[in-house]
Write a protein that binds this ligand. Structure first.
Ligand SMILES: Cc1cc2nc3c(=O)[nH]c(=O)nc-3n(C[C@H](O)[C@H](O)[C@H](O)COP(=O)(O)OP(=O)(O)OC[C@H]3O[C@@H](n4cnc5c(N)ncnc54)[C@H](O)[C@@H]3O)c2cc1C
Length: 568
């Protein structure tokens, strides 16, 4: 076992964690930045490459779009900060070496901004080097800072905490086989979302197992609106090797794109202007009504764009520009004619983003705990019931910066919390006892069982019966977890990694199901077949989860603070 200490421990090496780490280290903090994968990876590394730009003159329009797009469940204070400070995100992105497409005069103008579904004006910047370019920039940014120590291939499986006072974390570095105990004055969760709970029906990275949600819950934090999982509408339905991978989103349907059911009926006129939730919901409901294809999808017909003055631009982006990688995938899945838009694509939504998450204030401080911060996709509240495309990157730079800078202001006067040695020893002993455990189930089997249940019971189309069945399955997986088998290996013990992730995935799965069961309406990305309408009278509420002393997850509701904007 290795012991380390620092001022600021950042858990998660995607855009949010890196931004916070760099901002804290610029102000002199000694930082440890750790990640399950490499620094600059996570979902940040696989972005399509659009980021909402904040024109200071029109920030109120941006604010309104976020709230209406989120069906009014958003935390309006956080959204105001996001809309007002959005321009800083562009500055930060460029500081980190991220390239932005500019016009011939080097300016950000309407010539280069995209209008993405749900935004009422062109507002989305294009990042031509997409995810790898951004990831590389973030990783180089960290390398330049002398006071950031990085630990890659390292999974945090527990926070060091007592009664909500967090003092560090315990991690397993699988590249070396070391168990590392890290003491820190301030700790940040930037562990991203939980899309991988829906594998293979997801386009997210495999590190997105929702660990931060469970770590926060265990530390006494509140999670909000965990039922709100965003499904991106246009993902591949078959063959299984590429199933779930995104090949577009509403605006890429172009002005002449048509979304049809299996009988050829246009199911959503004006599809390119709609939000992700609106388009996903149209497909999901059509398939539920029995009007889907034999692969369980609907048909996206983009052919008419090829001769349309504005549609040509999207066609070019697919065949030669920033969406070329989508075309390669379409060719693999559906063949040459589909890749050239001569044939329709079979599409069904895929799990893409968690709108719900850890409840924070405007500085990223985690309510109900001490010393703990969170930023990025692991947090909840900003996007309400549906996130608008391109806003996630803006959000993670802004709230990453805020969390890093705020944590640092408190470090000078803070001491390391007293760590309860007995607790640490038992956490370490627990992990050691798992290595070489001989039981009946491989963790990966149970992980797949959980993922299947998430999709079938807690997925895009929900109803009471399915959700309850899901909860029963999660309890049975928890039972089976007591009887797992893990080989003796110390380094790169993938069964151990699966087990550590699964242990955190179970409460996350439960959190989504409990909240989905409680929200008896359909809103944004959350469809209840048994409650198909949005119900503003009863459900302008956030669902708040917290663990009680016996470890059960309790759910409660809180009215949304409609401080600035109300539904019509
Ligand atoms: C295919 C795709 C395309 C997208 N395109 C765009 C886009 O163009 N524009 C946009 O705005 N948004 C986009 N998004 C959304 C956006 O990518 C994410 O919301 C955002 O990158 C999340 O950043 P993050 O830093 O919060 O998390 P991530 O970037 O996911 O990083 C999480 C980090 O935490 C680490 N981690 C997790 N658990 C642990 C643990 N237990 N211990 C240690 N480390 C841990 C991971 O290894 C990873 O380094 C896209 C998402 C997907 C899936």
């Amino acid at each position: 076992m290795i012991e380390k200490s620092c001022d600021f421990l950042c858990i998660g090496g995607g855009g949010a964690g890196v931004t916070a780490a760099i901002k804290a280290s610029e102000k002199g903090a000694e930082v440890i930045l750790l990640s399950k994968d490499h620094i600059g990876y996570g979902n940040t590394r696989i972005i399509g490459g659009i980021m909402a730009y904040g024109d200071p003159n029109t920030w109120e329009d941006f604010f309104r779009d976020i709230i209406t797009g989120g069906d009014y469940l958003n935390n309006q204070e956080l959204c105001r900060i996001l809309a007002k400070e959005a321009r800083d995100a562009t500055i930060l992105l460029e500081q980190f070496g991220g390239a932005i497409k500019r016009d011939s005069k080097g300016k950000i103008s309407s010539d280069v901004l995209l209008q993405v579904g749900g935004h009422t004006s062109p507002r989305s910047l294009i990042l031509p080097s997409t995810g790898p370019g951004l990831g590389q920039g973030l990783s180089s940014g960290v390398t330049r800072m002398e006071n950031i120590e990085t630990l890659e291939k390292t999974i945090v499986f527990d926070l060091l905490q007592e009664d909500g006072k967090v003092g560090g974390a315990v991690a397993y570095q699988f590249s070396t086989g070391e168990i590392i105990v890290i003491k820190a004055k301030k700790i940040l969760l930037a562990t991203g979302g939980g899309g991988w709970l829906y594998y293979p029906h997801t386009d997210t990275s495999q590190v997105s197992t929702g660990d931060g949600f469970a770590l926060a819950l265990n530390a006494g934090a509140e999670l909000i609106d965990m039922e709100l999982v965003q499904y991106i509408p246009f993902a591949i339905t078959h063959p299984s090797g590429v199933m779930g991978i995104v090949i577009g989103e509403p605006f890429t349907a172009g002005p002449a794109g048509i979304l049809k059911n299996v009988h050829g009926k246009d199911i959503l006129p004006g599809v390119s202007t709609k939000t992700r939730a609106q388009v996903s919901n149209a497909i999901i409901m059509e398939v539920e009504k029995g009007n889907g294809t034999k692969y369980g999808g609907c048909l996206l017909d983009l052919k008419a764009n090829k001769d349309h003055p504005q549609g040509k631009f999207i066609y070019q982006a697919y065949t030669q520009g920033m969406f070329k990688s989508f075309t390669d995938l379409i060719k693999t899945a559906y063949g040459e004619k589909a890749a050239d838009w001569e044939e329709s694509w079979d599409v069904y939504p895929s799990a893409h983003y968690f709108m719900g998450g850890v409840r924070i204030n405007q500085w990223g401080e985690v309510k109900g705990t001490e010393n703990l911060f969170a930023c990025g996709e692991v947090t909840g509240g900003v996007h309400g019931a549906n996130r608008l495309g391109s806003v996630s990157l803006t959000e993670l730079f802004i709230f990453g910066k805020r969390a890093g800078e705020k944590a640092v202001t408190e470090i000078d006067n803070a001491n390391h919390s007293e760590i309860n040695k007995t607790l640490v020893n038992s956490q370490v002993a627990n992990l050691k006892s798992m290595i070489g455990q001989k039981g009946k189930y491989r963790p990966i089997e149970l992980k797949r069982e959980l993922q299947k249940a998430m999709w079938e019971k807690v997925g895009p189309a929900r109803e009471e019966k399915r959700l309850k069945e899901g909860l029963e399955i999660f309890s049975s997986i928890e039972e089976k977890f007591k009887d797992i088998t893990i080989p003796e290996a110390i380094k790169y013990n993938t069964d151990l990694i699966d087990a550590l992730e699964l242990k955190l995935m179970i409460p996350v799965a439960r959190s989504v199901a409990i909240s989905a069961l409680m929200r008896k309406e359909s809103r944004g990305s959350h469809i209840r077949l048994d409650y198909p309408e949005r119900d503003d009278r009863s459900w302008l509420k956030n669902i708040v989860l917290k663990k009680n002393e016996s470890g059960d997850i309790l759910a409660d509701t809180r009215s949304v603070e409609l401080t600035y904007l109300h539904p019509e």
